[in-house]
Design a binder for this molecule. Structure first.
Ligand code: NOJ
Length: 726
């Protein structure tokens, strides 16, 4: 018999069809299961025909793949892993800055490079799929998973995520170094109330389509081969039971070429936590009917699905469709034709190699945001001969690498990688980096100063003494992995432990105070804004973070990052995202706090300064299918060469429904020598001025729109003009 599925000269579609026709119901349902590969994998391969494992690492992947090869059709397993800012669960791998940090670079190219390197390192260890990028919007800093997002803006998130997807998936999925990406968590997962992970998101269909779906649509257009459904419910419907989201929009309207996976045990949660199904079988039925294809970590799904088909509640065609999407992706990846087994001999020389580290370094440089620099205290001048580096994050590998390195913090009782298994010798902490860069010319003294979880102030006095005997203080404070991540939401965003007291004591020494923040999310630090001479926001800068921070401190690199998430002054001011809806009555806003947030979306300084002038529009009157070109002259008015991120916003002046007061629609990076001027042009399709109307339809309404261009989302940083759509 002609076994088409074995023959690579047939298309993935033809091979899938041939294979599906040969498979039993049980074999097909098995392909729809993904289980933690550390839990009895032999049983799942031999008795349950499993399609995928997650959390498998090292040589275990080849052992399991070999076992799968011996089953009736030898269908290869697809292995998934959370390699979300580098292959962080693999000791020695290149660890990049967190996604929120990388977003501050506004540099799609660096994201693509980072993703391609991650893909290469992941494939060399025998895995094929990363659960990245995260397209949730970080609009409330209390939420534990803000560090995983690109920040608060849908347009920027879509742009950066698309490049990351292209980096992971390469030109072609069958390229030996391509892996599949996974756009998650579909949808509006970051929008749960009060930042409480996985609670209900109160989002209307109109708002969903206006704000939360556009990044996912961009991911589908970039060819993302898998999507993960979010845990939470929207307007009463858990995302994994939401047919409109999964089947109607993602599969039918956006033509998903790939498959949908649930998040961890979503089917179980629908029954046990969200209580929309009285038993697991009903929960599985809801999830299949909604359009999920693969089921993460719900072992009961296998029996439930088989029974549902046998008793006639679910048509077998639905199983064929889901299994078909998974198999087709495996064919597209070339899994059937070359086993893509780990190549550890090659891995040794490639994983974490100098070339990869260089990109980790460059991406850390571009992720750093200078938030304050009074009297040009930075870069460190030649007059500074002794620096006191003080603070709990100055020499802390875990805080610096951030969540999803070592092991996910949500699973501490069963870490993927024990902390002592991780080789930290190649991680350059902030202290390491400063010492290396300072060399013999500047003396560096260090003390931890205080603890992040202990408010005792005993160790502060000796730090103060060090500071008193130095010319400058670099205080490295922030948060750590235990304060970020899944099930780690916070009700407060102040510095923890004795960090605030430490800073106040250091300030009293009168020495120039530079604060370096190593943190996963915005913190409420108005005292630092008012009292530090300079502030460097370095986020979780990855394995090369120390070298990058030192390069910025000493002026080898002129910082150019801009924050992609607004910092509140206090938690009560949240949410503070820039693209608010109009209508807040009164001019004082909250009466008990400054009406402006601490630092706004798009803000970031440089060692040089830029002036914007001569804004021009290619036309004052446009039609819906036209393009508009917005140009502006940018002049480097300072003394250093620098890179500026030019941002384009729009505002629909009058519309049939309320629209955000400002929406980012374009950006451009430009590098200028001191004194130089260049004209920056941003092309904007008029269709980008659309809104979602009361009938949930996307339309561009005729009328006037403000076009704003400048260096941040703050009004004072923007030039503006008006166009008319006719
Ligand atoms: C749960 C998380 O929500 C998701 O982001 C992750 O990819 C899976 N677990 C697998 O670890």
């Amino acid at each position: 018999m002609n076994e088409i599925y074995k023959n690579p000269s047939y298309s993935p579609e033809e091979r899938t069809k041939d294979l599906i026709e040969r498979m039993t119901l049980e074999e097909k349902v098995g392909q729809m299961c993904q289980i933690d590969g550390r839990e009895n994998p032999e049983f799942w391969i031999n008795e349950r025909h499993i399609g995928s494992f997650l959390h498998v690492r090292g040589k275990e992947a080849s052992r399991l793949q070999e076992l799968a090869g011996k089953t009736r059709f030898g269908i290869p397993i697809i292995f998934g892993i959370d390699a979300i800012h580098g292959h962080g669960f693999y000791s020695g791998a290149t660890v990049f800055p967190s996604q929120l940090a990388l977003a501050s670079s506004w540099n799609p190219e660096i994201l693509r490079k980072m993703a391609a390197i991650t893909a290469k390192e992941v494939t060399l260890t025998g895995l094929h799929w990363t659960f990245s990028p995260v397209l949730c919007l970080g609009r409330d800093a209390r939420w534990g998973r803000v560090d995983e997002t690109f920040g608060e803006d849908p347009y920027l998130t879509g742009c950066l995520a698309s490049e990351m997807i292209k980096g992971y998936q390469g030109e072609n999925l069958s390229d030996p170094y391509s892996i599949i990406a996974c756009a998650k968590h579909y949808a509006a997962y970051g929008e749960t109330q009060g930042g409480r992970d996985s609670t209900e998101a109160d989002v209307s269909e109109r708002k969903l389509k206006s704000i939360f779906l556009p990044p996912f649509k961009a991911a589908a257009e970039a060819g993302c081969a898998s999507f993960m459904t979010a845990y939470q419910s929207i307007d009463g419907v858990p995302c994994s039971a939401n047919k409109m989201l999964l089947k109607d929009i993602l599969k039918d309207e956006w033509k998903l070429k790939g498959f949908i996976i649930t998040d961890w045990d979503n089917v179980g949660y629908m029954h046990r936590l969200q209580k929309v199904a009285p038993d697991m079988k009903k929960s599985a039925e809801l999830a299949i009917l909604a359009g999920n294809d693969m089921f993460m970590s719900t072992p009961e799904f296998y029996e439930c699905a088989v029974e549902l088909v046998k008793e006639g509640s679910i048509k077998e065609e639905l199983i064929d469709e889901a299994c078909g999407r998974i198999l087709e992706t495996k064919f597209r990846l070339g899994l059937f034709d070359e086993k893509r087994n780990p190549d550890f001999s090659k891995a040794v020389s490639i994983i974490g190699c100098a070339e990869h580290r260089k990109v980790a370094y460059e991406s850390a440089l571009e992720s750093i945001v200078l938030l304050k620099n009074d009297n040009s205290v930075l870069p460190v001048s030649d007059k500074i001969k002794k620096i006191a580096v003080i603070g709990p994050n100055a020499d802390d590998v875990e805080a610096q690498l951030g969540d999803w390195s070592f092991g996910p913090r949500y699973y501490p009782e069963k870490p993927l990688l024990e902390y002592n298994e991780y080789d930290t010798s190649n991680i350059i902490t902030i202290l390491d980096g400063i010492k290396r860069r300072a060399g013999s010319k500047v003396e560096i003294v260090y003390e931890k100063g205080c603890d992040m979880f202990d408010s005792s102030i005993e160790s502060i006095s000796s730090s103060v003494e060090l500071a008193n005997n130095s010319d400058m203080v670099i205080a490295v404070v922030g948060d750590t992995t235990l304060l970020n991540g899944e099930v780690r939401d916070r009700s407060g965003l102040d510095l923890t432990g004795a960090q605030q007291k430490l800073l106040e004591a250091l300030k009293k020494t009168g020495k120039p105070l530079v604060v370096v923040l190593i943190n996963g999310k915005p913190l409420t630090v108005p005292w630092i804004k008012d009292n530090a001479d300079a502030i460097i926001e370095a986020w979780n800068p990855g394995m090369e973070g120390g070298n990058a921070v030192a390069a910025v401190l000493f002026g080898d690199f002129n910082p150019c990052g801009k924050i992609t998430i607004t910092f509140p002054r206090n938690v009560g001011q949240s949410p503070v995202f820039y693209n608010q809806y109009p209508g807040w009555h009164g001019s004082a806003k909250y009466i008990d706090v400054d009406s402006e947030p601490l630092f706004q979306f798009g803000y970031g300084l440089s060692y040089t300064s830029f002036k914007y002038s001569n804004m021009k529009l290619s036309s004052k009157e446009v039609k819906v299918d036209d393009f508009l070109t917005v140009s502006v002259d940018v002049t480097n008015t300072g003394a250093y060469k620098g890179t500026e991120i030019v941002q384009l916003y729009i505002n629909d002046i009058f519309s049939s429904v309320t629209t955000p007061i400002k929406e980012l629609k374009g950006f451009e990076r430009i590098t200028l020598n001191a004194g130089d001027t260049s004209s920056v042009q941003i092309k904007l399709p008029v269709s980008a001025l659309s809104l979602i109307d009361r009938n949930c339809m996307e339309v561009v309404e005729p009328g006037e729109f403000e076009i704003l261009i400048g260096s941040s989302s703050r009004d004072c940083d923007l030039l503006k003009d008006v166009i008319k759509v006719v």
